[in-house]
Design a protein around this ligand. Structure first.
Ligand code: RNT
Ligand code: ZN
Length: 423
């Protein structure tokens, strides 16, 4: 039998099986198109960026391991990679850009000097692709972050520099939103913290609050720009204290009507982000997600379909909050084919949301309300072996993108024809 026929037949059976539980798979395939994932450009080049500087790039903040061949070396190569990635994904995506990825035309433009013109080629490209764009200030990999502090540092010269950078990023983000007709989410993450035990946490946090107040003093229409702030428990080199903790940013977001960005690699290993969603949604209009995979003390591994991701997706869908949760990815793995990593991680995220949509939640909730908790448990367990893969395959087929293992072949071809020629 031809592969297409197999996919269709498998879908027919899956459709019946889900229908028995009151789930309409055709409706799910329509609904899943509302899951618009913001693709983080930085997976294509290990968070390198396109700045040119005489000065050695300062360390600080981000570490990527691996030197698999084929890294994107320019905006053109990155756009080529992103187009490949999107051609292997069903549904629509967005682009999530970091400030270090401007088209700087071979010149050194420091972070406090960037303007919308440095990103115009990206905006035009996104316009042609008919996708929206999100943006991130880059407060790391810079000599002025070498002491481990940016917006919360006691060096006021440096702090001014970073405030100016983020202010400019918000303005640029608002221009993305205006030009593309889709609100841009500007996300702020800073690496500030300390490896060893500090005695003055209070002043650093007070300085961060002051910096944020200054940064957010300028209002932009919501249809152009939304602001999110991202917390972290610890980073490599900031094990003892991170200034921008969850308590700090959640409080800041609630008081100042900002979005909180939940990166599921930034919490205690047994802490579940999925459990935070319903709480945050009651006090904030919207959330941003950085979907990732933490492994032991490290974050940012390629997303796989694990319990953590499933709980996140389920909680968003069960809360009926898809329109209030902005889904972004955040992983960077330079040890495997980077384009393959993108597609595998994005597909895993899509699949998690599809599985969540295939849940007969109303039926299970009825059990729950009647105290029939064995029945709830049994149904949740039975759902784990339902043929959601057949529904996802059919979604790929009807979206005109490679089904199942076919995308592996496509990545291998791209590696031979494009990536390996970059060395
Ligand atoms: C770092 C944060 C942050 C970055 C990106 C590159 O721990 O997760 O989101 O990964 O800004
Ligand atoms: Zn993140």
């Amino acid at each position: 039998m031809k592969k297409q026929e197999l996919v269709k037949d498998a879908y027919k059976i899956a459709k019946q099986q889900y229908a028995e539980m009151g789930v309409d798979t055709d409706a799910v395939i329509k609904q899943i198109n509302k899951v618009i994932i913001s693709l983080h450009c930085w997976q294509a080049d290990d968070v390198g960026g396109f700045e040119t500087s005489d000065a050695e790039l300062g360390g600080g903040g981000i570490q990527v391991t691996g030197n698999y061949p084929g890294k994107a070396r320019s905006a053109e190569e990155m756009r080529q990679d992103l187009e490949k990635v999107m051609s292997l994904l069903p549904g629509k995506q967005r682009l999530n850009l970091h400030a270090i990825y401007g088209d700087f035309g071979g010149e050194f433009v420091d972070r406090d000097q960037i303007e919308t013109k440095h990103y115009q080629e990206w905006i035009d490209w996104a316009g042609n692709q008919e996708i929206g764009m999100d943006f991130n200030c880059t407060c790391f990999s810079h000599p002025k972050a070498d002491d481990g502090f940016t917006l919360s540092g006691k060096n006021s010269e440096n702090r001014k520099f970073w405030i100016e950078h983020v202010k400019r990023c918000r303005k640029i983000g608002a221009d993305f939103g205006k030009q593309l007709g889709s609100p841009c989410i500007h996300n702020l993450w800073i690496p500030d913290g300390s490896k060893d035990t500090p005695v003055d946490r209070y002043t650093h946090r007070a300085l961060l609050k002051e910096s944020l107040d200054e940064i957010f003093a300028e209002d932009y229409p919501e249809k152009y720009l939304k602001d999110s702030v991202e917390s972290k428990l610890f980073g490599i080199g900031s094990e003892s204290m991170v200034v921008g903790s969850y308590d700090f940013y959640l409080s800041y977001a609630i008081r100042n009507n900002k979005l909180i960005c939940l990166d599921n690699g930034h919490y205690h290993p047994t802490e579940q982000i999925g459990d935070k969603i319903s709480s945050c949604l009651l006090f904030l209009d919207e959330l941003m997600l950085h979907v990732t995979r933490g492994v032991r003390w490290d974050s940012d591994h390629v997303v796989t379909l694990n319990d953590e991701i499933l709980l996140i997706a389920h909680e968003v869908i069960r809360s009926g909050a898809l329109s209030r949760v902005n889904i972004g990815l955040d992983f960077f793995d330079g040890s495997i084919n980077r384009i393959g990593a993108y597609v595998a991680g994005t597909r895993a995220t899509q699949l998690a949301f599809m599985i969540a949509m295939l849940e007969p939640t109303i039926m299970i909730r009825e059990y729950e309300e009647k105290g029939k908790n064995f029945e709830r448990l049994a149904l949740l367990e039975l759902l784990k072996s339902k043929p959601f893969g057949a529904v996802y395959d059919y979604y790929c087929l009807t979206s005109g993108v490679p089904v199942g293992t076919d995308y592996i072949d496509e990545i291998q071809k791209y590696e031979q024809e494009v990536l390996l020629k970059r060395e």
